[in-house]
Design a protein around this ligand. Structure first.
Ligand code: 5GP
Length: 198
């Protein structure tokens, strides 16, 4: 349930490979607002550089399913059609908002639309690559995925791009520093608008 506090939800989506994670790392460093990342749960395996409890809560399918049945998730979906689940834990959101934090959700479009329905005042930002070709190049350079996985991610990207106009803001990530600045400015403006409304 939405809570009455000065905290706010920030939803950030964008195709995998659009540079969303890198940009948001910059935003966390530079924004003056009390940002906190919501740590999602997933059933996919951790990548070599990922840490349980920081990048994700890595759960087994059984653990995820049990938490889903218990109603622990604000939203959860099976992504990429290959049996990996991702979900936002309601506790991550509530704890942050109650502490007056700006809780940042980096989630896919389906999840974002579900959260927007529950939290109508959430600030939603879609981070997009300049083109699908650029996205393909970035996914290949990342070198962590097979060709098949890259193709799946590109198809998913096209589905996500089709829903970009459901977001309050769209930011093109051609230049990381500029995208970071744009998002910091958006958040500052939202914070000032909130303050004026009070
Ligand atoms: P990756 O496996 O590359 O970390 O993430 C794949 C996709 O899952 C990304 O588009 C990311 O935004 C999305 N994702 C991460 N956490 C969540 C979540 O809690 N809910 C939903 N719906 N999507 C998520």
């Amino acid at each position: 349930m939405p809570v009455d506090s000065s905290g706010k939800l920030v939803i950030v989506s964008g195709p995998s490979g659009a540079g969303k994670t890198t940009v948001m790392r910059g935003v966390f460093r530079q924004s003056a607002l009390p940002l906190v990342a919501s740590v999602s749960a997933t059933t996919r395996a951790a990548r070599p550089d990922e840490v349980d409890g920081i990048d994700y809560h890595f759960l087994t399918e059984e653990e995820f399913d049990a938490r889903r049945k218990r109603g622990d998730f604000l939203e959860c979906f099976e992504l990429f059609g290959r049996g990996y689940w991702y979900g936002t834990l309601q506790s991550e959101v509530t704890t942050g908002l109650e502490a007056g934090k700006w809780v940042v959700l980096e989630i896919d479009v389906q999840g974002a639309l579900a959260v927007m329905q529950r939290y109508a005042d959430a600030v939603s930002i879609f981070v997009r690559p300049s083109s699908i070709e650029e996205l393909q190049r970035r996914l290949r350079n990342r070198g962590t995925e097979t060709d098949e996985a890259i193709q799946r991610r590109l198809q998913q990207a096209n589905r996500e791009l089709a829903l970009a106009d459901r977001y309050r803001y769209q930011v093109i990530n051609d230049d990381i520093d500029q995208a970071v600045r744009e998002i910091c400015d958006i958040l500052t403006q939202e914070s000032e608008a909130d303050r004026d409304a009070r």
